[in-house]
Design a protein around this ligand. Structure first.
Ligand SMILES: Cc1cc2nc3c(=O)[nH]c(=O)nc-3n(C[C@H](O)[C@H](O)[C@H](O)COP(=O)(O)OP(=O)(O)OC[C@H]3O[C@@H](n4cnc5c(N)ncnc54)[C@H](O)[C@@H]3O)c2cc1C
Ligand code: SF4
Ligand code: SF4
Ligand code: SF4
Length: 397
């Protein structure tokens, strides 16, 4: 009997094994945390082991095209509208614009009509708008690896964007193909949260507010790039950062609902499985204060010759400054080691199964009366400029 992974922390859900299977014996099926895993129909399987051989997460990924060290840049899109509508400094828009000028296509993560996060194709700038912005949910790759293969065989330039494990999985899947026209672009990645918790969160907001969610932004820049402002649009009003809306981000950052493989991630280093890596340039205020205006700065790591060609092609669209690896790694824990799971992760999932999302929102998501009151008091103190005074008194100066 063939199995494609032993433990859940060995499978990132990239779909490469599913699409390499010559007899279509593999289905991606969601587990009770809502993450997709390959499941083999043993009655069809011919035991060729192609699924095992292709797994980049288990077998490792090639960095033979990588420079000894990535070239490091801080970048901001020169167009203010692009900058403000992007999560970081708008590097993704600059790269994708270039690909469109060459008649190419782009793949990345977008909301579908029901707010599920799925990988989709964009063939023009209008379609690309849906791909913009970070969605902190594991994206369902669906059949995108096959679509990338098809676009390459149609001789198109293809930009694939996604998490490092999605990039590594795609590269492994395309091993036998000509990938001259493929640009791999990964993110620095903090972990992929559960799509099931995301659906629960949307339902929870609708129930608590008695209104339909029309738009959701995980991180807009209304209070600046560092503000991590979560915003939800309802008919006639927009709500930001309140106790209901913020439950999901609190669960995400506490590492209760991240995919198990993220705690065993192979890509939290500077040997990237891509041509170009984009991220937030955290710490820019320390190493390049004059470049930082809190509107967002992208960190760009150029990993290969192809990545260098891309950066050269987009440099006119960006304010660009060279940096060094040491400065960017300092504040990027995701380039140093995998995130640790919350010590109470198991308890969290047991509580969810027994009591539902409303219960865990209170217990783990900060949505309880005590936290609510504390936040209100804090807001009043900030308004009257008293928070700093209190902190000084507490520190004894
Ligand atoms: C789950 C996740 C975790 C991240 N963790 C970090 C981190 O710890 N540190 C850091 O510096 N940066 C992190 N990032 C990257 C950062 O948030 C920005 O996405 C990145 O800097 C690109 O910003 P931009 O301004 O160039 O363009 P944007 O327009 O904001 O770019 C959006 C890009 O992100 C991709 N994307 C959006 N959501 C997903 C998703 N769910 N899965 C795969 N790809 C997606 C799109 O395909 C597109 O390429 C993370 C992103 C995601 C999605
Ligand atoms: S990581 Fe990808 S290739 Fe490996 S078992 Fe999981 S889905 Fe299959
Ligand atoms: S061993 Fe071969 S036939 Fe069986 S599931 Fe894996 S790829 Fe498919
Ligand atoms: S943390 Fe690692 S395993 Fe998890 S989504 Fe990101 S790249 Fe994939």
């Amino acid at each position: 009997m063939i199995s494609v992974y032993e433990n859940k922390n060995e499978c990132c859900g990239c779909t490469a094994c599913k699409f390499i299977c010559p007899v279509d014996a593999i289905e991606m099926i969601a587990d009770k945390e809502g993450f997709l895993y390959p499941t083999i129909d043993q009655t069809i399987c011919i035991e060729c082991k192609k699924c095992q051989d292709i797994c980049a997460f288990k077998n490792g990924y090639s960095t033979e095209d990588n420079f000894a060290e990535p070239l490091v840049f801080a970048a901001r899109h020169k167009n203010e509208n692009v900058l403000l509508s992007s999560t970081s400094g708008g590097a993704f828009t600059a790269i994708s614009d270039y690909v469109f000028t060459k008649g190419g296509v782009i793949f990345g993560a977008a909301f579908d009509d029901n707010f599920n996060v799925t990988h989709q194709i964009a063939e023009d700038t209008e379609m690309r708008e849906r791909l913009k912005g970070s969605k902190y949910v594991q994206s369902d790759l669906k059949k995108v690896y096959l679509e990338v293969k098809k676009s390459l065989s149609d001789n198109k330039l293809v930009l694939f964007t996604g998490t490092p494990c999605q990039n590594a999985g795609l590269r492994a899947f395309l091993l036998e193909e000509s990938v001259e026209n493929l640009i791999l672009c990964d993110l620095v990645c903090h972990g992929a949260p559960s799509p099931l918790m995301w659906r629960e969160h949307l339902e929870y907001i609708a129930k608590k507010t008695n209104q339909e969610v029309l738009a959701f932004s995980f991180r807009d820049k209304k209070i600046g790039w560092r503000g991590a402002n979560t915003t939800v649009d309802f008919t006639g009003k927009t709500v930001s950062n309140n106790e209901i809306v913020n439950v999901y981000s609190k669960l995400y950052f506490s590492q209760t609902m991240t995919r198990p493989s993220c705690h065993n991630c192979k890509y939290t280093n500077t040997r990237r499985p891509s041509d170009i890596t984009i991220a937030d340039f955290w710490g820019i205020e320390d190493c390049m204060p004059d470049f930082d205006d809190n509107k967002g700065t992208s960190l760009i790591l150029v990993n290969t010759v192809k990545g260098k060609w891309i950066l050269n092609s987009i440099k006119e669209e960006l304010s660009l400054r060279e940096s060094c690896l040491e400065d960017c790694v300092k504040k990027q824990t995701q380039l140093q080691a995998p995130p640790l799971p919350a010590p109470y992760r198991q308890e969290f999932w047991c509580d969810y199964e027994k009591h539902g999302y409303g219960y865990i929102s209170k217990k783990y998501g900060g949505n309880n009366v005590k936290v609510h009151l504390k936040n209100r008091v804090r807001a009043v103190l900030i308004t009257f400029g008293l928070l700093g005074v209190i902190k000084k008194i507490r520190a004894g100066n």
